[in-house]
Design a protein around this ligand. Structure first.
Ligand SMILES: *Cc1c(COP(=O)(O)O)cnc(C)c1O
Length: 393
């Protein structure tokens, strides 16, 4: 079975490009050109150099000894938290701005919820000297003041989305409108493995550096390029698909994607898409999403802003339906405890998103001797207030 996108932009039943007619020229330009651009030798060289000298790659594969003792397996952490700007999102932002440059674009737009993708986008725009406009819900602008300040410091214009619920969904609508009005000079940087074809495939390719490095790092440390288990958290699914990518065809590697269960999958306050969702169209592709019986998108909830998304990318929907990967979930409480545990055992404060992946270790049983890789998608600096308030420290 193929787990990759086909000629038509589909992964099994999922994917495609469900977009308004007026966006067609923009998406079509990208679709026709993206593979040729990113497979070009000079592109690859420049991308590699930026990942090395600007992002700080390769990110270490760290053997977490005390965590390993606790669970009775050999656990490695893939340290995306050590990247410049503190998470995996920068890998994709650099790749996409380089594509934009090669398409002759002068202006970058993005949408952001918690602000992490907005910061990554503003960062690469400063790096390359391109104009940057970030759409962000009015409510999120208030909730995420430090990230708004970072974006402004980088020179980005942050435009409040004032319609609807004044959050991510509305920011996305505003960004789409902008793109329709500026089809020639503007590229839209999407921050996760979602959106119309070719975005999910393009983002997955840029993030696949995570598993590409992991294979040779595992080989160095264990003598073998593969692990028994590979875990990652899933919002839209970009760190998870990057972590899974080069293991997809090794069917003996068990892939585990951890969604945010919020207050519990049956609580009405959750973001566990594969449990609660049904097939449908969201943000330009056919996938699995949380919706009411008449097809209205259900507002998701998670303590972690980065996992608070009502869908998953189409490649994940395919990995779920084909059972190549298992999709599980962790609640707010389970994630918070796992975040504190890692901090106390290893001296690493993880992003609350990444803590969801760590939380699943608690539910696994090991015979001993298994090798496990967990993607530590980001660092917890941005979440300190939430941790401190939660634990009353
Ligand atoms: C944004 C974010 C996520 C969730 O996004 P994915 O596309 O699912 O990876 C996870 N971890 C961190 C640290 C993030 O910033």
């Amino acid at each position: 079975m193929s787990y990759h996108v086909n000629e038509k932009g589909y992964y099994g039943d999922f994917g495609g490009a469900y977009i308004p007619e007026m966006l067609y020229p923009n998406v079509e330009e990208l679709r026709r050109n993206y593979l040729q651009i990113i497979n070009d030798e000079s592109f690859k060289k420049e991308f590699e150099l930026l990942l090395k000298d600007y992002v700080g790659r390769p990110s270490p594969l760290y053997h977490a000894r005390r965590l390993s003792e606790r669970y009775g397996a050999t656990i490695y952490l893939k340290r995306e938290d050590l990247n410049h700007t503190g998470a995996h999102k920068i890998n994709n932002a650099i790749g996409q701005i380089m594509v934009a440059e090669r398409l002759g674009k002068k202006r970058i737009i993005a949408e952001t919820g918690a602000g992490q993708h907005g910061v990554a986008t503003a960062t690469v725009c400063a790096l390359r000297g391109l104009e940057c406009v970030v759409y962000m819900g009015e409510i999120d602008i208030k909730r995420q003041a430090p990230n708004v300040a970072r974006m402004k410091m980088m020179g980005a214009t942050v435009v409040p989305a004032t319609s609807g619920s004044k959050t991510l969904k509305d920011a996305t609508n505003e960004a789409m409108r902008d793109w329709i009005n500026n089809p020639v000079d503007t590229h839209y940087i999407i921050g996760s493995a979602v959106g119309p074809h070719p975005y999910p495939d393009m983002v997955a390719r840029f993030q696949s550096i995570i598993s590409e490095e992991t294979r040779w790092q595992l080989k160095e440390k264990t003598g073998k390029e593969t692990a028994d288990y590979v875990l990652a958290c899933v919002g839209g699914g970009s760190n998870a698909i990057g972590m899974f990518y080069h293991f997809l065809d090794d069917e003996d590697v068990k892939l585990i994607a951890v969604e945010a269960a919020g207050l519990g999958v049956d609580s009405g306050e959750s973001a566990a898409t594969t449990v609660l969702g049904k097939e449908g169209v969201l943000h330009g592709s056919r996938s699995i999403l949380m919706q009411t019986p008449d097809g209205q998108v259900v507002e998701p909830y998670s303590i972690s802003a980065g996992l608070d998304y009502p869908g998953i990318g189409p490649q994940h929907a395919h990995l779920f339906k084909s059972k190549r990967a298992s999709y599980v979930s962790a609640t707010d409480d389970e994630a918070m405890q796992a975040g504190l545990l890692l901090t106390r055992l290893e001296g690493i404060i993880p992003a609350i998103e990444s803590s969801h992946a760590l939380a699943h270790l608690e539910k696994m049983s090991f015979k001993g001797g298994e090798t496990v890789v967990v993607c530590l998608s980001g660092r917890g600096d941005k979440d300190l207030d939430t941790y401190i308030r939660y634990f009353g420290l």
